[in-house]
Ligand binder design. Structure first.
Ligand code: ADP
Ligand code: ADP
Length: 222
C-alpha cells in the first residue's frame, strides 16, 4: 500500500497554493501540520477528487488516481469539518444516507452501521438527532462516517477542532484504534493533535512541504 505524490501544484489565479508537493506515504499515521493558509485544504480537496490539480500526479500502488476515478474514491475515507452535519438527521440516518451516497450495498451498510456506531461509542444514541449531540459526539460520528466503507486511506480534517482537552484525547485514541492497516493523514494546525498519534509529520507552509520527519525528529527541532 503506497500513495505517491509527485510535483503536485495548484494555483488559484495568481495565488500558488501548492508549489510542487512530493511525498511517499505508506501504512501509518501522518500528521499534516501547517498554519492556516498553508495549503492543507487544497491538498485534501485534490486527494478526495473535489478539486483538480494544476500540475503533478498522485499514484496509488503505482496507478494514477486520476485514471482510477471512482475506484480510488471507494478506498478513500474523508472526515470533513463539522459544518457538513445535518442537525435533523439521526446518527443512524446520517450514516445510512452516507452509505447510499458512497454506493454501498444495503446489506453491507446494514452490517457496518451498527459496527461503526459501537466502535465510536454512539450506539446508544443511534436514534437521536445530531442537533442534540456535543461537539465530541459529532466528531465521533464524522469518524464513523469516514471509516464506514473500510477505507485504505483515511483523511481527517482538523479532527479535534473545537473540543475540550478530555474530548481531544478520546478522539486521538479513537483515531489510533481505527488507523490500523491504513494510510491516515491528519490535517491540523495544532501540534499536540498529531504529536501523540502520528508516526510521521509532514510540515507544510506556504504551499511547500518543509520536512517529512518522524515525531522524535520534529520534537527535537521544536
Ligand atoms: P489551509 O487549509 O492550510 O488553511 P488552504 O488550502 O485553504 O490552506 O489555502 C491555501 C492558500 O490558497 C491560502 O492562501 C488561501 O487563501 C488560498 N485559497 C484557497 N482556496 C482559494 C480559492 N478558492 N481562491 C483563491 N485562493 C484560495
Ligand atoms: P480551511 O480553514 O479549512 O482551509 P477556509 O476557510 O480557508 O477553510 O476555506 C473555506 C473555503 O473558502 C474553501 O472552499 C476555500 O477554497 C475558499 N477560500 C479560502 N481562501 C480563499 C481565498 N483567498 N479566496 C477565495 N476563496 C478562498
Amino acid at each position: 500500500m503506497k500513495l505517491e505524490i509527485r510535483e503536485l501544484k495548484k494555483s488559484y489565479g495568481k495565488k500558488q497554493a501548492l508549489k510542487g508537493i512530493n511525498a511517499v506515504l505508506t501504512e501509518g499515521v501522518y500528521g499534516f501540520l501547517g498554519p492556516n493558509g498553508a495549503g492543507k485544504s487544497t491538498f485534501m480537496n485534490i486527494l478526495t477528487g473535489n478539486l483538480k490539480a494544476s500540475d503533478g500526479q498522485i499514484f496509488y500502488d503505482g496507478e494514477n488516481v486520476a485514471a482510477m476515478g471512482s475506484r480510488f474514491r471507494e478506498i478513500l475515507g474523508y472526515m470533513p469539518q463539522q459544518q457538513s452535519l445535518y442537525p435533523n438527521f439521526t446518527a443512524e440516518g446520517f450514516l445510512s444516507y452516507m452509505a447510499a451516497l458512497r454506493g454501498m450495498k444495503k446489506g453491507r451498510a446494514g452490517e457496518r452501521i451498527p459496527e461503526v456506531l459501537r466502535q465510536v461509542g454512539l450506539w446508544d444514541v443511534a436514534g437521536d438527532k445530531i442537533g442534540s449531540f456535543s461537539g465530541g459526539m459529532k466528531q465521533r460520528l464524522l469518524i464513523a462516517q469516514a471509516v464506514l466503507d473500510e477505507p485504505k486511506i483515511l483523511v481527517l480534517d482538523e479532527p479535534t477542532a473545537g473540543l475540550d482537552p478530555k474530548q481531544r484525547i478520546a478522539i486521538r485514541n479513537l483515531i489510533s484504534e481505527t488507523a490500523v492497516g491504513k494510510i491516515v493523514l491528519i490535517a491540523t494546525h495544532v501540534v499536540t493533535d498529531v504529536e501523540s498519534v502520528a508516526n510521521r509529520i509532514l510540515l507544510i507552509r506556504e504551499g511547500e512541504l518543509l520536512t517529512d520527519s518522524t515525531r522524535e525528529e520534529l520534537t527535537a527541532r521544536l
